[in-house]
Ligand binder design. Structure first.
Ligand SMILES: [Zn+2]
Length: 221
């Protein structure tokens, strides 16, 4: 491309970028001059309906966003853990909570999650399954134990698994030494949520008992 003619990027994206450059000109200038100081790191399912910036109405510079299928986090199993995914996650967490002093990490799964359905029904996919099925195995086993008489391909099972995936990700996240020590010394808070489609309601995990409560009304579900 030599003449400035767009070759591949779609018109919708280019138009969006034009609006963005106009709308955010001042904020971007401030952020470019003064740097970023995000107050949140958000780990969310990659689903297009689970976009933290939109769900929380965030501004540029407010949050780091780390997205994985199902908002699943690998468990940290010790200092000599050489698992590439653990190292990948550890590097991001170090950046958020150490280098950038982010005071709050949020995990956000969601209802109607395709990852939960894939895990529950044992998706057989050449690229997706080798990571997703083992990543969801712990949550799947727990749900099978909790509701043994429920069919694994039923909406009730999917719903339970969506919650359990958030619980397991919360446990795994807090298994990382950098997160554990920051939580213990009070410099970091970890909040885990289930975003409900289509209401947009957020259910927060009570990590002490594995229950979820509606954050704006404190109704338990
Ligand atoms: Zn999802």
């Amino acid at each position: 491309m030599t003449d400035g003619t767009p070759m591949a990027i779609s018109k919708k994206l280019l138009n969006g970028n034009k609006i963005f450059r106009e709308k955010y000109a001042k904020l971007m200038k401030d952020l470019a001059t003064n740097g970023q100081q995000p107050k949140y790191a958000i780990i969310a399912c990659t689903d297009s309906r689970n976009d933290p910036a939109i769900i929380f109405q965030l501004e540029m510079g407010d949050a780091f966003v780390f997205r994985t299928i199902g908002a699943l986090i690998s468990e940290h199993l010790g200092s000599d853990n050489e698992d590439a995914l653990v190292q990948f996650t550890d590097a991001h967490l170090a950046f958020y909570s150490n280098a950038m002093s982010v005071p709050e990490i949020i995990i956000m799964g969601h209802t109607g999650c395709g990852a939960a359905q894939a895990i529950a029904t044992g998706l057989d996919h050449k690229q997706i399954s080798p990571w997703l099925i083992p990543a969801g195995e712990k949550a799947l086993k727990r749900v099978k134990n909790k509701i043994p008489d429920t069919e694994t391909d039923s909406p009730e099972f999917f719903k339970a698994l969506e919650k359990e995936m958030v619980i397991v990700s919360h446990e795994h996240l807090t298994s990382y030494p950098i997160v554990k020590s920051a939580v213990e010394n009070g410099s970091l808070k970890v909040t885990s949520l289930l975003h409900e489609l289509p209401s947009g309601n957020l259910y927060e995990l009570n990590a002490d008992d594995g229950s979820f409560f509606l954050t704006n009304a404190k109704d338990f579900c």
